[in-house]
Design a protein. Structure first.
Length: 582
């Protein structure tokens, strides 16, 4: 219910959020105006710079540990997301085939066999045959008899007991022998009604694995994403422990920094630029990191419920100057953290649009790739050879003969559909006569008979689909669509996470560029510039932002990775060394 409550809150507060965004932009414009109007002393700029460095350092420490843990969780869970559709779909395929598909196929075959061999069907077929036979008088010449027989075979409507199962055959019968077509239609309806229940079970057995695979992917993605978010929160809680040391908030002198750097010069790890550092006291590899998350999760939940640290309160009367400075510091800290989070959210929002485009186009990409692969494999005779082998090992002699005849007719030409229909009927329902096969074929058939019946029927169905262009493309397109959709989902998920991290990094670096970003103002200060409003973003600017977002996020993420592997590593080691000083 948590998801639905969240969605409900989003809908209710959407307008309020838009107003809040506008107010935030106005506040920033007012800050810019205050910065322009006032002359800040060098001492004030230096104090703001020191405050900003402390804030950014703290956020960097928490972000880095949070990302390290999140990456550890991703390393463990993403393979599960990739395997979930195959594991879930495979298990569902086995169960649905064994308990639903196979019994339904066997019962359907029995109904079909009993029906086409029923007395009613045989009588109708015999009547149709007799009605078309020519009445040849005895007193005519042999040439005339041959002529009448030839006319009979040329004009004859071939209607076997198998044709009663197909509406197209009955429609052909209506054109020549409508009186018999009425009875054939009645029997056809009776047949369809008899097998409809089994056909629905077969369709359901085929749909269950696909639905299960999709559901497995969605549920696993939701669970693992929630797990990653939860682990990130616990990681930030863990980071608070190390940040309880006040030495992380000291503004060290240039002499102290030089002393720490001199000590680190002899550390080979400090000189390396690409190898990851393990100086983070909270990080100890994937296994230890995940174990610490599991261990601290309960403690984190309890802390979240009972966070009432009385030591945060001051038990003496503050001076007016201290109160004003506290208000300014409060404004700086809240704004900086909010701006960093907002930039991450903005990047995630834009990337979500890009990810939706990726997810929307990947199935069609897969269909296109599948169609191309189908054509190439057909031209290389891979598909025809596959069908030949299946028909030879799984089909009766009658099915093989029907298949050979079908191959002589080009797809789309007259007679192809009728020949294919006869092949399908014989292939699916005619029992194979092992005596008509060679020794090698009997061996192959014997081995095939040991397979699960549902698997054999699936092979037959696949072979039948491969005999026509449209079904063949559909099969390969479905496979290609599933693969590209899965790949697209993983890529989109990765991009969304990357965009959030890059957004936080860019926001922090931009804030650091101007020390004035860390100068605080009171409500009374903002009252002086309350009429200043930020210009509203035009539609053209929004479109431009979306159009340039992907190139920008790629550049920003590369910059972020460079910072993470170079400057951040050395900054972390330097900070650790500084905390060792008295």
């Amino acid at each position: 219910m948590g998801i639905f409550n969240t969605l409900s809150e989003i809908v209710k507060n959407n307008d309020k959020f838009a107003q809040w965004e506008e107010n935030k932009n106005d506040t920033q414009a007012q800050r810019d105006e205050l910065n322009r109007r006032r002359e800040h002393k060098q001492q004030e700029i230096k104090a703001a710079q020191d405050l900003g460095k402390s804030i950014i350092d703290v956020v960097d420490i928490m972000d880095q540990h949070s990302e390290d843990i999140a990456e550890n969780v991703e390393t463990v869970t993403e393979p599960l997301v990739g395997l979930a559709p195959f594991l879930g779909g495979g298990l569902a395929l086995f169960l649905s085939a064994k308990f639903l598909g196979k019994p339904a196929i066997e019962k359907n075959q029995k109904i079909h066999k009993d029906f086409i061999n029923s007395e009613e069907v045989n009588k109708l077929v015999e009547a149709i045959e007799n009605a078309q036979k020519p009445k040849i008088p005895d007193n005519i010449s042999i040439e005339e008899k041959i002529k009448l027989n030839n006319e009979y075979f040329e004009n004859r409507v071939y209607f076997s007991k198998y044709d009663i199962c197909y509406k197209e055959s009955i429609n052909r019968l209506k054109k020549t022998l409508p009186e018999y077509a009425i009875k054939a239609e009645e029997l056809h309806k009776k047949y369809k009604k008899a097998i409809s229940g089994q056909l629905n079970k077969i369709k359901l057995a085929a749909a269950i694995p696909a639905v299960t695979a999709i559901a497995s992917f969605i549920l696993t993605s939701i669970y693992t994403t929630k797990l990653q978010v939860e682990s990130s929160r616990v990681a930030r809680y863990q980071a608070r422990k190390i940040l309880e040391d006040p030495k992380y908030f000291v503004n060290y002198t240039p002499e102290q920094i030089a002393q720490a750097e001199q000590t680190l010069k002899n550390d080979p790890e400090y000189k390396k630029s690409k190898k990851k550092t393990h100086t983070d006291k909270l990080k100890g590899g994937i296994i230890k990191g995940l174990a610490s998350i599991i261990k601290d999760n309960k403690e984190y939940r309890n802390w979240k419920k009972t966070d009432k640290d009385e030591s945060k309160k001051i038990d003496r009367q503050l001076t007016q100057e201290e109160i004003i400075q506290a208000k300014k510091d409060k404004e700086v800290i809240q704004r900086v953290v909010r701006d960093i989070n907002n930039r991450a959210e903005k990047y995630s929002e834009n990337m979500e649009v890009a990810a939706n485009v990726i997810l929307g186009t990947t199935p069609f990409l897969g269909l296109g790739i599948g169609a191309i692969v189908s054509n190439v494999m057909n031209r290389l005779k891979i598909i025809p050879n596959f069908v030949d082998k299946i028909v030879k090992t799984q089909g009766s002699q009658k099915a093989q003969d029907a298949y050979e005849k079908m191959k002589t007719i080009k797809e789309g030409k007259p007679g192809f559909k009728a020949a294919r229909r006869k092949f399908i009927t014989a292939f699916l329902y005619d029992e194979i006569d092992s005596k008509s096969l060679s020794t090698a074929e009997q061996t192959a058939r014997k081995e095939a008979s040991q397979l699960n019946h549902a698997v054999r029927q699936a092979k037959k169905g696949l072979a039948i689909a491969m005999t026509m262009k449209a079904p063949r493309r559909l099969v390969f397109g479905a496979i290609g669509g599933a693969i590209t959709t899965l790949a697209g989902s993983l890529i989109a998920l990765k991009l969304q996470k990357a965009s959030s991290r890059a957004g936080r990094y860019i926001a922090k670096r931009e804030l650091e560029q101007d020390p004035k970003n860390f100068i605080g103002y009171t409500e009374e200060d903002f009252e002086q510039v309350k009429d200043i409003k930020a210009p509203k973003q035009t539609l053209g600017q929004k479109i431009k932002d979306y159009a340039l977002f992907i190139p920008r996020i790629i550049k920003d993420y590369i910059d972020y990775q460079h910072f993470k592997q170079h400057e951040m590593k050395k900054d972390k080691m330097l900070k650790e060394e500084l905390t060792k000083l008295e």
